[in-house]
Design a protein around this ligand. Structure first.
Ligand SMILES: Cc1ncc(COP(=O)(O)O)c(C=O)c1O
Length: 391
């Protein structure tokens, strides 16, 4: 038989490398499509009679591995990998809400989450009400016969208020609504599903990825929620890709020690910041002065989170503070291994009215610190440059 021509040799995929040993770490599977033996084989995979993959938007090995990991981390039945934190939220909203139905949103949610409902899904007839996640009685008033879903963040941005998840779950369920928790700010510190939530979402772009080099979202929750959200995510094209799933698993390997160190640094800095005369206010749930400290002490374990928000006065003082720091960069994200800072009034809460700011306690001098794993004394030395610029 004529051997294949050289261009054919080049074009055909390489044969699998024979091996009786297995790689220690999960390989990266970039193939967007899988080869199938027969029509019966396709049926068996679609019907879940045999494990396998067909098309990467519907599923691929790196997403399966990451979904299993987040399901375990969140004590959930199942997980789902989405292209971003927003894609994870969109998958749950699109799966759980329809025309003429409402979602109850806690006050002070991430701005794009609010926009997704109030600007985008509102165009399709989804309505919303709002409530205060730290005062569950306000949810009772926000729920109406159309309410199908309740959405909260474990720790709010930027004042790190802690939602009373167990009480909110009870109220949501008594109204036949699901409780979804955006757990981006507090992975590993508590498991909202164990507290009664039906599902959690994460922007894995933040603490779970941990290195500011991937954009990904995760969902973990009950079988019922995931069975509905998984095909919706594929149909709307919201699922995550192999490389970022692989990178996220790699980042997640150190989540435990990163969280422990960052939380310890955050607490030490928050305590010192509280006695720093140039600082007007310090918001951190690990401080006895924080309004949710008592709940945080029972609900969270392993630390009080990695976000410390300070008020340095006027906008001009926030600007001077930011300019004076040598090592802590102004980078409007969070959850990196290294400390970063953001200014909510000009970034995450930009464009909101003074009334909206006032309701959420946002002032022009608020600076949100995302504390990393550096030596805490080096962080303090940099912050001292900022204090000097304030006086
Ligand atoms: C609390 C919270 N939820 C969701 C998101 C959206 O995540 P992503 O940027 O990965 O879409 C963010 C992003 O900043 C966030 O802070």
């Amino acid at each position: 038989m004529q051997p294949p021509r050289l261009d054919t040799v080049c074009a055909r995929p390489a044969a699998s490398a024979p091996s009786t040993s297995k790689p220690l770490v999960p390989p990266l599977d970039l193939s967007i499509v899988y080869t199938l033996r027969s029509l019966d084989h396709v049926d068996a995979i679609y019907n879940k009679a045999e494990p396998g993959y067909i098309y990467a938007r519907d599923g691929h090995p790196n997403a399966t591995q990451l979904a299993a990991k987040i399901a375990t981390l969140e004590a959930a039945d199942a997980g789902l990998v989405c292209a971003s934190g927003m894609a994870a939220e969109a998958a749950l909203f699109l799966a759980g809400l329809g025309q003429g139905e409402d979602v109850a949103l806690s006050e002070g949610l991430y701005g794009r989450t609010v926009g997704l409902i109030t600007r985008e899904l509102a165009r399709f007839g989804v309505g919303w009400t709002s409530f205060d996640a730290t005062r569950p009685e306000t949810l009772k008033e926000a729920i109406n016969p159309r309410t199908k879903m309740v959405f909260v963040e474990t720790l709010s941005n930027p004042l790190v208020r802690l939602a009373d998840i167990s009480a909110l779950a009870e109220i949501a369920h008594s109204a036949n609504a699901t409780l979804i928790v955006d757990h981006t700010f507090a992975p590993i510190l508590c498991q909202p599903v164990k507290l009664g939530a039906d599902a959690v979402t994460h922007s894995a772009t933040k603490l779970i990825g941990g290195h500011s080099d991937l954009t990904l979202g995760l969902v973990a929750g009950t079988r019922e929620v995931l069975d509905r959200a998984t095909p919706v995510a594929s149909t709307f094209g919201l699922t995550g890709n192999p490389f970022e799933s692989w990178l996220c698993l790699r980042g997640m390997a150190t989540l435990g020690i990163r969280s422990e160190r960052s939380c310890a640094n955050a607490l030490a800095l928050a305590e010192k910041l509280e006695s720093q005369p140039a600082i007007k206010a310090v918001h951190y749930p690990g401080l006895a002065s924080h309004p949710d400290h008592a709940r945080a002490a029972t609900m969270l374990s392993g630390g009080f989170g990695t976000i410390v928000t300070i008020d340095v006065g006027e906008r001009s003082q926030a600007d001077a503070f930011i300019r004076a720091l040598e090592h802590i960069p102004f980078a409007p994200s969070l959850g990196d291994v290294a400390t970063t800072l953001s200014h909510p009034a000009t970034t995450s809460h930009r464009g909101q009215s003074p009334e909206q700011w006032a309701r959420q306690g946002i002032t022009p001098g608020l600076v949100r610190l995302s504390i990393g794993i550096e030596d805490v004394d080096d962080l303090w030395a940099d912050l001292e440059r900022g204090f000097a610029a304030l006086s």
